[in-house]
Write a protein that binds this ligand. Structure first.
Ligand SMILES: Cc1cc2nc3c(=O)[nH]c(=O)nc-3n(C[C@H](O)[C@H](O)[C@H](O)COP(=O)(O)OP(=O)(O)OC[C@H]3O[C@@H](n4cnc5c(N)ncnc54)[C@H](O)[C@@H]3O)c2cc1C
Length: 399
């Protein structure tokens, strides 16, 4: 019986998951342009390493857009499945705040990667480093370059897992877009997601407050809200209350109208309860900080974007505290963002992530145009798309 030969191009979480599953029954070769696997996976592990999120069913699926395309993949392999897969690798996990799932305390990202590598090794998966995909030949076979020599890959199935546009230093540099366009596969320009926003702070404000946190706030735009925190930076704002709103901020920036986000500095207080703090007194503005329990940064930020006549009236000031309007100039560049949208259009793929125009080519992970917030959903999306592709390939290999 012919053993199916699979070439996986790209060794991020999506490519590695596909290799682990297919390594069981197929001959698998990974082609990676860098000198190491999973570099972005390691970067992801530098901060809080949210390896998936315990959200399930609709709660999980609704985090993704466009979710119809990802529904089947996420239902077929959800965060529980990811946890079981990790457990099986010898990586126990635990559920932390907001459902984020982490490897047990003390387990470093590089240890997770080493476990995956060991398993691929046991399964006989070959990893070819310094092999860069550079385009397709006239038969739509992927061509890789190694030591200045280009040659087409020989395999029955090709899986692309080349990543998005964030952090190009980790290897995912989007040069591949042109190659796909040349074989008639529609791609979309990359745009930043899960990123900071640029705000035109005054020089004085930046000097005094860059690095300060705005804690327990709620940010909103167009009736979409997110509680959490944000950090004031030289260029604007970053943080977990900002990232999930990026799709709405991005849309607003594309419109003709100026874009503003609204920060509720006191989401736990009502207007009424804040007004009670004034007890009908004519408060001096210099006492606002004490009376309303505001940090110097919060007070200065409020002042910066508020006309004086509103600022000096406690009643109006209370309203502003619940909705400080911050004009957003733009998003941070894609290279800095945690993830990106853009890449291969979802309209080009079948439910099993094969290309409609080339059924033996599969495309998985962040190189596809889908979006999700931070909190473990990005890696989960990569794993789920990888498993969906391998399920379909397993059918080939058994037939
Ligand atoms: C700072 C940061 C923090 C993050 N934190 C989290 C988190 O906590 N939780 C979470 O869920 N997600 C997180 N993410 C997102 C997550 O890391 C990515 O979504 C995920 O790595 C994407 O996986 P991928 O396999 O699609 O692509 P990648 O991980 O980007 O891998 C693509 C691979 O393809 C290779 N490649 C590219 N082009 C070629 C080519 N032409 N030829 C051969 N090989 C090529 C690259 O070298 C790379 O190894 C974070 C990302 C960043 C940047």
């Amino acid at each position: 019986m012919h053993t199916l030969k699979v070439a996986i191009i790209g060794s991020g979480p999506a490519g590695l998951m596909a290799a682990d599953i297919l390594g069981q029954n197929c001959t698998v070769d990974i082609y990676e342009k860098g000198k190491a696997i999973g570099r972005k996976f390691l970067v992801a592990g530098n901060g809080g390493f949210n390896i998936t999120n315990s959200a399930s069913d609709e709660n999980l699926i609704s985090k993704y857009s466009p979710h119809p395309a990802l529904r089947e993949a996420l239902s077929g392999f959800d965060s529980n499945s990811t946890r079981k897969w990790l457990e099986n690798l010898g990586i126990p996990t635990f559920i932390g705040s907001s459902g984020r799932v982490f490897p047990e305390k003390g387990i470093k990202p590089v240890q997770v990667l080493n476990k995956i590598k060991e398993r691929l090794n046991e399964k006989g998966v070959n990893i070819h480093y310094h092999h860069e995909f550079v385009g397709f030949n006239e038969y739509k076979k992927p061509v890789v370059e190694f030591n200045d020599t280009q040659s087409p890959l020989v395999a029955d199935i090709f899986i692309f897992a080349l990543g998005g546009a964030s952090w190009p230093v980790t290897g995912s540099n989007t040069k591949w877009r042109n190659a796909f366009e040349k074989i008639g596969v529609k791609t979309l320009p990359f745009e930043a997601s899960n990123c900071g926003v640029n705000v035109n702070w005054s020089e004085k404000f930046k000097d005094l407050f860059a690095g300060e946190y705005l804690k327990n706030i709620q940010i909103s735009i167009n009736h979409k809200m997110r509680k959490g925190e944000a950090v004031i930076t030289e260029y604007g704002l970053e943080g977990n209350a900002v990232y999930p709103l990026i799709p709405f901020i991005r849309n607003s920036l594309k419109s003709e109208e100026p874009t503003e986000i609204f920060i509720d500095l006191k989401p736990q207080n009502t207007h009424q309860s804040l007004l009670m703090k004034t007890r009908g007194r004519k408060l001096k503005t210099k006492n606002y900080s004490y009376e309303f329990n505001l940090s110097k940064a919060e007070l200065a930020m409020t002042k910066q974007f508020t006309p004086k006549e509103n600022y000096i009236s406690p009643e109006r000031f209370v309203e502003i505290l619940k909705s400080v309007a911050i004009p957003v100039e733009s998003l941070r560049p894609v290279e800095e963002s945690i993830s990106t949208i853009g890449g291969i259009s979802m309209s080009e793929i079948e439910n099993d992530f094969s290309l409609k125009s080339c059924p033996n080519i599969f495309v998985i992970g962040e190189m596809l145009n889908w979006d999700a917030p931070t909190g473990g959903y990005l890696l989960q999306g990569c794993f789920s798309t990888a498993v969906a592709a391998t399920n379909s390939i397993a059918v080939f290999s058994n037939s």
